[in-house]
Write a protein that binds this ligand. Structure first.
Ligand code: GDP
Length: 429
């Protein structure tokens, strides 16, 4: 028996408030509140009363008796007017009747406990609620809707097949088995290992999409970096100044480039300096640049001096203040933030680069470090299984791969993960 929890699931201050309840023993509470139960799954108009029989509000009651409900338990929703006083009176009455306010993520945790969703789906729902851009929404929906889980169940079936055949090999160890049996098994391990490797690659791209792409703007002081960031952002967010060295810290602007969330970071100009604060700004600029997903390297007219950029980070050379020069260096994208020339071309080039950074194949793409770590464990176990010759050792490696997969969907060893995942939900989810 679980206690009855409730929470306002709608945002505060809207026209309508949705209060959801879940738990065995819900019916008497709802009956006391609304005078009469409603038929299952039908929205019914009810009058909700306080303990003294005074009307709190009139609204809708919808009941979903368990287990065919979103949490798997008896579940109900009350739709009332959204005023704070209405919700406050309703809350007081529900507590008086024995219900208790839900913890963050408690509804989803109960759904998980009752097998209504697996851990991947739960994480997908959290990401769907947090999604800010279209590409993030699509990624999260794949996971919340169970598409990822289905792909992973298919892997599990293949792994179980391998384990069964391995067990048979152990049983027949004394007999001479045709070498094709072993060869076929190794080939199958390779294919599975390859598919998981592809998913790891896709997961890294998906992680970038979930977290957002960091684009860092580098260049000498006065190269026009702040002005360029402002032109890209379409709003005045960075300090634009004619005095060199005024942008002393990295400033982030959030952009939506073709559905992908981007943080555009304007940095202090890179130059030798004796000013301690400015030197710190330069140090931070260099640190940001090393961690960036992509660099915009600014070389300004008329000299077009190209600043040093860290190796290994993809970069685009932009010739800034192009209005001041007749020609720009070959290979650079000419932009004038003042006239606007080249700005939309720059946006198009950046959008393409960003899309490439988050591109993933059709297979599963899991964006959380926890998930990617499980996939890596699985891949390592399969590589070990491939390398060993003794049937018993290989069986143990298969088991390790299966355990990693079970942790991925939340079947084993996940209590600490569960706490972490569900506590990051909002209340009412
Ligand atoms: P930062 O130090 O690299 O961030 O450079 P700022 O964006 O503060 O710009 C330095 C100076 O260059 C300012 O006086 C800007 O008005 C000027 N500037 C920036 N972009 C352009 C441009 O496209 N054309 C011209 N002519 N001047 C620019």
């Amino acid at each position: 028996m679980t206690d009855v929890i409730f929470a306002t699931a709608s945002g505060v201050g809207g026209a309508i408030a949705v209060v959801r309840l879940s738990g065995a023993g819900l019916d008497p509470i709802v009956q006391s509140l609304s005078g009469a139960l409603s038929p299952p799954r039908r929205a019914s108009v009810r009058r909700f009363h306080d303990g003294a029989g005074r009307l709190i509000d009139q609204g809708l009651l919808i009941r979903f008796p368990g287990p065919a409900s979103v949490t798997g338990e008896d579940y109900a929703e009350l739709h009332t007017h959204g005023g704070r006083a209405v919700v406050a009176a309703l809350t007081a009455r529900l507590i008086a009747l024995g219900a208790r306010p839900a913890e963050p993520g408690e509804f989803s945790r109960r759904a998980f406990g009752n097998g209504k969703l697996d851990l991947l789906q739960a994480e997908g729902i959290a990401d769907l609620i947090a999604a800010e851009t279209e590409a993030q929404r699509v990624l999260a929906l794949d996971q919340a809707g169970g598409a990822m889980s289905a792909a992973i169940v298919a892997w599990r079936d293949r792994l179980v097949g391998l384990m069964a055949r391995q067990a048979a090999l152990i049983d027949f160890a004394d007999e001479d088995l045709p070498p094709e049996v072993e060869a076929a098994m190794l080939a199958e391990i390779d294919v599975l290992r390859h598919d998981i490797g592809a998913a790891i690659g896709a997961g890294v791209a998906a992680e970038r999409l979930r977290e957002g792409i960091d684009i860092v703007v580098l260049g000498a002081p006065n190269a026009g970096k702040s002005t360029l960031v402002n032109a890209l952002a379409g709003e005045d967010v960075a300090i634009v100044s004619a005095t060199p060295g005024t942008t002393r810290d990295a400033i982030g602007v959030r952009l939506d480039l073709g559905g992908v969330p981007v943080r555009l970071v304007d940095t202090a100009g890179l130059r030798e300096t004796v000013d301690a604060i400015e030197a710190e700004g330069v140090r931070r600029a260099e640190a940001h640049a090393r961690r960036a997903d992509f660099l915009i390297v600014c070389a300004a007219a008329p000299d077009f001096v190209v600043p040093a950029a860290p190796a290994g980070v993809p970069a685009l050379l932009v010739a800034t203040k192009a209005d001041l020069a007749a020609a720009c260096p070959a290979g650079a994208l000419a932009v004038s933030a003042h006239t606007g020339a080249g700005v939309s071309a720059l946006v198009a080039v950046l959008s393409d680069h960003v899309a490439a950074l988050v591109a993933r194949g059709a297979g599963p793409a899991l964006p959380r470090p926890r998930q990617i770590a499980c996939l890596r464990d699985m891949a390592t176990a399969l590589e070990r299984a491939r390398a060993v010759a003794e049937p018993e050792l290989r069986a143990a490696d298969f088991q390790a791969a299966a355990d990693a997969l079970a942790r991925l969907v939340g079947v084993i060893g996940v209590e600490d993960v569960l706490d972490q995942v569900f506590s990051s939900f909002c209340i009412g989810k």
